[in-house]
Design a protein around this ligand. Structure first.
Ligand code: TTP
Ligand code: MG
Length: 394
């Protein structure tokens, strides 16, 4: 059966999120990445800025020289992450066969969905509309029988585009396009191919497989297949997380044990909360420390019984911390805590152990309050110390 794959990519993602927040920025050359006088590169440029030659990866100083009238924005990752989560949630509503590729890009396997939406094209129109209605963002969509052609189609349709390549037309669609449109062809491959007189995907597809292999080894065969519009890669939903962790860097290196423990409690509660959200328990707790001289250590402890209780995560973390502090006297720059070896909860065991059961109920109640009023709505005594300091963690 012929597959139907969609590739969806948001237009000028970081910039567009900024424009939603501040509509005055719409229709103007905007750059997200940092101030023009700082080191760093362009992360996202509005299409108006691209007209001046600006693109992702360009040094900010060059961007400023080419387009001094652009507005330069530092950007805020948590904001983009949250927009990305909402974007992916919309896509999951349309098909469970979702493969997120980056924050603003995903493949959907939509084979057979035409019976629900009338056609795959109509389905794509509905997806774009929901993204516009709910997020005020523009997405470009490519539809084809395989991933590589769907991706090339969505890129080509940008901005606010929708392009469907009919099954059987993959090769004729790709043929006139410059080789740089094919995923995987970077500057170096382009140079070599140009040296061989190859500038279009059509020319590339006419090359003998053996010649491509002799120049590019194993990736020569992938190039040859992509150029023919052949790509058997499946849309792979992400496998469940194997570990969960949180860490934070202190504004100033510290030796203050109370501060270290309060931070550990806070980070541990975030880990515990995510663990319970996923309906998992963990067997392994890991502490991470980075010292003033940047040496980094991790220490882990395997629990006798899997747990998702904040108290257990914290107690284990503190034990590991105390041991580490007794061995190394340097000030600490970063502290982190994580859990791994995740399992589905063994309810039977928890029922036998009434203290584990009580902890479980307590954590459930805390999670409910936090879901309603925000994470810091309820705080354990130890983390109150942190009220004075920045609670951000990554
Ligand atoms: P892209 O989808 O590559 O770029 P874009 O969404 O800004 O523009 P387009 O309309 O062409 O899709 O990347 C998505 C986001 O990822 C982008 O907004 C910023 C971030 N990013 C970087 O931080 N650095 C980079 O080098 C690139 C390419 C993207
Ligand atoms: Mg994008």
């Amino acid at each position: 059966m012929t597959r139907q794959i969609m590739h969806i990519d948001l237009d000028a993602f970081f910039v567009s999120v900024e424009q939603v927040e501040n509509p005055e920025l719409k229709g103007k050359p905007i750059v997200v990445g940092g101030r023009p006088d700082r080191r760093g590169v362009v992360a996202s440029a509005s299409y108006e800025a691209r007209a001046f030659g600006l693109h992702a990866g360009m040094p900010l100083t060059t961007a400023c020289r080419l387009c001094p009238q652009a507005t330069f924005i530092e950007g805020s990752f948590p904001k983009y992450r949250s927009a990305s989560q909402r974007f992916m949630a919309i896509l999951t509503d349309f098909s469970p066969y979702l493969e997120p590729v980056s924050l603003d890009e995903a493949y959907l396997d939509v084979t057979g969905f035409e019976s629900i939406y009338g056609s795959i094209y109509q389905m794509a129109v509905a997806i774009k509309q929901r993204i516009k209605d709910e997020l005020r963002l523009c997405a470009s969509v490519g539809i084809a029988s395989c991933k590589v052609v769907a991706k090339v189609a969505s890129e080509l349709s940008k901005p606010d585009g929708l392009l469907e390549v009919a099954t059987g037309k993959e090769r004729s669609f790709l043929s006139p396009l410059p080789i740089t449109k094919l995923p995987g062809i970077g500057k170096k491959t382009e140079r070599i191919l140009n040296g061989l007189g190859i500038h279009t995907i059509g020319k590339l597809s006419a090359m003998p497989l053996s010649t491509l292999k002799s120049h590019f080894g194993a990736s020569g065969e992938i190039l040859w297949r992509y150029a023919h519009g052949i790509d058997h890669r499946k849309v792979e939903p992400p496998s469940a997380a194997k570990s969960i962790s949180r860490e934070t860097t202190f504004g100033k290196d510290t030796r203050d044990h109370s501060l270290l423990k309060a931070t550990l409690r806070y980070l541990g509660e975030r880990v515990g909360s995510q663990l319970r959200q996923q309906g998992k328990q963990a067997r392994c707790v890991t502490l991470k420390l980075r010292y003033a001289d940047f040496t980094t250590i991790t220490r882990c402890h395997t629990l006798r019984q899997a747990s998702n209780a904040d108290q257990t995560i914290f107690d284990t973390g503190v034990e590991l911390l105390n041991k580490a502090l007794s061995q190394e006297k340097q000030a600490i720059r970063l502290i982190g805590i994580g859990v791994s070896n995740l399992t589905e909860p063994g309810r039977q065991l928890a029922m036998l152990d009434s203290s584990a059961q009580r902890l479980g109920q307590l954590n459930k109640a805390i999670d409910r309050i936090r879901k309603k009023y925000g994470f810091t709505a309820i705080q354990t005594g130890r983390t109150l110390l942190l009220k004075e300091i920045n609670l951000s963690s990554s």
